[in-house]
Design a protein around this ligand. Structure first.
Ligand code: NAD
Length: 481
């Protein structure tokens, strides 16, 4: 499919409710971050339309929850359908999000992988007691309708972290992607019409107040949210009046700690891509790097050389390694943080400026001569900028790594694995990886943040259970079997 065909497909995209088009009076603009120009529009679902969408999802729930084996089959069919449309979905994703199209394809394939993982996951019965005196078993009951709200950095992948476990557990969903990246999720919804029963997976798009309305609406029993910490707090407040369950996957300011015994030239490329992939717009990107003072000069130099050599451009072009920042406010924020650091004496080793002709490009930037008080170190930059700091003493670097309101992921790099593991155990975050940042990401492992990085976890059986309520059924021995 060429660009014109892709745009034609995009223009036909509508919201999905009850397996069909949800008619909207208005649409909103979608900008291609590689050009800075509007290239498509998406339906602006009005908050009052949610009454019908949630009613349909609620009606679908009563059938969907009954037959687990039918659910697993439908999820496998959904995975096959998505797999067959990877290239179209990937192009749409690149045009709205900016990432290189090969990475967009990997994101779509991750959605396929997550669906299959949850379809195949065996959930053991949880019999607590089964003897002459009685029988006790724990059941995990689906909650009902789920509101799922996602950000713009991995719209399809992160939506599937919610959709797959929620469906397997027997819930139905209303999903809302970010207004910056509505299209690939709309396309996903259209592709799955007729594959999943009507009303089971509903996709709505619109500006931020639509998300707030999905949190406040009386029908959903659970809100699963991925996004910024500031909005996550609003979601927690919005869900509180009727005690909706919440899972919040929020911001991070991930430290990587580099011990003096590493092979700098060997780790530099891996560290670089841990910070800069998707132009640094990954919740688990390395956001501040603490290198032992003995190796820091060489590491800074190596990272600077890599930053200067990266091919940045429109993600649809072959060979492009880094796309633009996704949207203008984020691009301006990255520029502000770098200018703030520069004004305070930071040394710009590479990058440090915007680039391109109209698009939201920012050259991959390595900053030296910064300290922990710089905004670019203390705040989540969420862009292609890496501040490099030095340390001498392990206790000191642990204290500095933990001196953050965030606690999403971290990494420790050393040839001495035991020593690295000892430091990892002292870091207050949901995951600490050794010799690779975010090594422990997969459908089978719990993912979630400590402190302001979130509440609850996604993925694995733990993520599935978060879409259920526990129920104990206890009775006399004769219940057995
Ligand atoms: P955001 O919080 O601005 O928006 C996320 C979603 O929330 C969007 O769909 C938005 O429309 C919606 N929204 C906005 N206001 C709302 C409200 N009052 N009530 C309900 N929904 C509302 O985040 P973003 O800028 O799209 O994404 C970037 C942030 O996401 C970063 O902080 C990043 O760290 C975080 N993130 C976290 C994870 C994780 O798993 N922990 C993963 C990816 C991104």
């Amino acid at each position: 499919m060429n660009v014109q065909d892709t745009i034609a497909a995009i223009e036909a995209l509508t919201a999905t409710s009850n397996g069909t088009d949800l008619v909207t009076k208005e649409r909103f603009d979608v900008v291609n971050p590689a050009t800075g120009k509007v290239f498509a529009s998406a339906p602006a679902v009005r908050p009052e339309q949610l009454d019908q969408v949630f009613a349909d999802a609620q009606a679908a729930f009563h059938l969907w929850k009954r037959d687990e084996s039918a659910r697993r089959d439908a999820m496998r069919r959904a995975a096959d359908v998505i797999e067959a449309t990877v290239s179209t979905l990937a192009r749409i994703l690149t045009m709205e999000q900016g990432k290189p199209v090969a990475e967009a394809g990997s994101e779509i394939l991750s959605a396929v992988h997550w669906l299959r993982y949850y379809a195949d996951l065996e959930l053991p019965r949880e019999v607590i007691r089964d003897d002459a005196d009685g029988y006790e078993e724990i059941f995990r009951r689906p909650m009902g309708v789920v509101s799922a709200i996602t950000p713009w950095n991995f719209p399809v992948g992160l939506a599937m972290w919610k959709i797959a476990p929620a469906l397997r557990a027997g819930n139905t969903l209303v999903v809302k992607p970010s207004p910056y990246t509505p299209l690939a999720t709309l396309a996903l919804g259209q592709a799955l019409r007729g594959v999943l029963p009507d009303g089971v997976l509903n996709i709505v798009t619109g500006p931020d107040p639509l998300g707030a309305a999905m949190v406040a609406h009386p029908v959903p029993r659970k809100v699963s949210f991925t996004g910024s910490t500031s909005v996550g707090k609003k979601v927690a407040l919005g869900a509180a009046p009727d005690l909706k369950r919440v899972t919040l996957e929020l911001g991070g300011n991930d430290p990587a700690i580099i011990l003096p015994d590493v092979d700098v030239d060997e780790i530099a490329p891996r560290l670089f891509w841990s910070a800069f992939r998707n132009s640094g717009q990954i919740c688990v990107a390395v956001k501040r790097l603490y290198a032992h003072e003995s190796i820091k000069p060489r590491l800074v130099e190596a990272l600077g050389e890599l930053a200067a050599s990266v091919r940045m451009g429109d993600g649809l072009q072959e060979g492009v390694e880094l796309g633009p920042v996704n949207n203008r406010p984020q691009w301006e924020r990255v520029n502000d943080l770098v200018n703030d650091a520069r004004s305070r004496g930071a040394r710009v080793v590479a990058g440090g400026e915007t680039a391109g002709d109209g698009g939201y490009f920012f050259r991959p930037t390595v900053l030296d001569a910064v300290d922990d008080s710089f905004r670019v170190v203390a705040e989540e930059q969420f862009g292609p900028v890496l501040p490099v700091l030095s340390f001498r003493d392990e206790d000191d670097v642990v204290r500095r790594a933990n001196d953050s309101e965030y606690g999403l992921t971290a990494s420790v790099w050393s040839n001495d694995i035991e020593r690295a593991a000892g430091i990892a155990a002292q870091i207050d975050s949901g995951q600490v990886a050794i010799n690779q940042h975010a090594r422990g990401l997969g459908p089978h492992l719990p993912f979630g943040g400590h402190k302001w990085s979130g509440i609850g976890v996604e993925n694995g059986p733990w993520g599935l259970y978060s879409f259920t309520e526990m129920q104990v059924i206890a009775g006399p021995a004769r219940m057995t079997g």
